[in-house]
Design a protein. Structure first.
Length: 309
């Protein structure tokens, strides 16, 4: 089994604030067959009559959580090949995250990698099936990964993806925060898994990768344009508020986020993923650098002791 350490949360600096969260658990199942062929999350300002409201914290410390190292494709090999031939080609997605058995899975909102093994040199085509939709990505092996930041919707945005040879026949992508774009986000959350297939000439591999949905929230790819955050992992039917917080430095050296007001809420659908559009004036408040003695602001979601933005 692969042992994963819990994710390390990095505190906000002035006006640039990020969220990294992850929990949950399940197993990846490899399927040696050919590659397959190929709704927006609910949002509401008013909870349903049977919704269970979750309260915003009046304040929370923004101190460090326990740390974790980066995920690696190599860490998964012993688990994936246990009891199976080790000369078969493989393709899978793996994420940081903790769970009951630390099984290989994609974890919503977590640092993730695309992994391949046993493929010849040259271009590779990767296909991801989410519900009834299919997404195709051209994968290019390179000697060294470029420094270009990865998008949160990698494998779902149609843009080519670099992958690096890390030895032993293993190919590994750069890390990205796993958050598919819509409609793939809702489709994958509803099915609880994604099918990943790879092909290079006559060499093929396919795997069914389970999806874990921990309790968390993060900005959606294109946040600067769409002003959206994804909220996920809460019980179906729960009314989950989003709050505007202001950071305060205390005399004892702590930085504390203090609630200013609630800016909206989502009601968790059955697939436990919702998307919330932040009001424009709130977006400006959290995205503009503070001036003078003003402290930076951030958004947070009920039940979380971290900033989303």
């Amino acid at each position: 089994m692969v042992t994963r350490r819990p994710t390390r949360w990095r505190p906000p600096v002035l006006w640039v604030l990020t969220l990294l969260l992850g929990t949950g658990c399940t197993m990846l199942r490899e399927t040696p067959t050919a590659a397959p062929t190929g709704r927006t999350a609910a949002q509401s300002a008013t909870p349903s009559p049977d919704a269970r409201d979750i309260l915003l914290a009046q304040q929370f410390d923004t101190g460090l959580a326990s740390g974790a190292g980066p995920v690696s494709c190599r860490d998964d090999l012993a688990q994936l090949t246990q009891g199976r031939p080790d000369n078969l080609p493989w393709v899978w997605v793996t994420s940081v995250g903790t769970g009951a058995d630390d099984a290989v899975a994609a974890v919503l909102g977590e640092a993730s990698l695309l992994c391949l093994r046993g493929f010849p040199p040259g271009p590779i085509t990767v296909t991801v099936k989410a519900g009834r939709r299919t997404f195709t990505t051209a994968v290019k092996p390179v000697a060294e990964l470029s420094a270009t930041p990865s998008a949160k919707d990698e494998l779902f945005n149609g843009r080519p993806m670099e992958i690096e040879d890390i030895g032993g026949g293993l190919l590994q992508s750069a890390s990205w925060q796993f958050l598919p774009s819509e409609p793939a986000l809702t489709d994958i959350a509803r099915s609880g898994q994604l099918t990943v297939a790879a092909r290079s000439g006559a060499v093929r591999a396919e795997s069914e990768v389970p999806l874990r949905v921990p309790q968390g929230a993060t900005t959606v790819e294109g946040w600067e344009r769409n002003h959206r955050i994804a909220v996920y992992g809460y019980p179906a039917g729960a009314g989950v508020p989003i709050g505007l917080y202001r950071l305060e430095d205390r005399e004892d050296g702590r930085t504390v986020a203090v609630l200013q007001r609630e800016v909206g809420r989502v009601v968790m659908p059955r697939h436990r993923v919702a998307v919330f559009t932040v009001p424009l004036e709130v977006f400006h408040t959290v995205s503009v650098e503070p001036t003078g003695d003003e402290n930076p602001a951030c958004l947070s979601v009920a039940g979380l002791a971290t900033c989303v933005t």
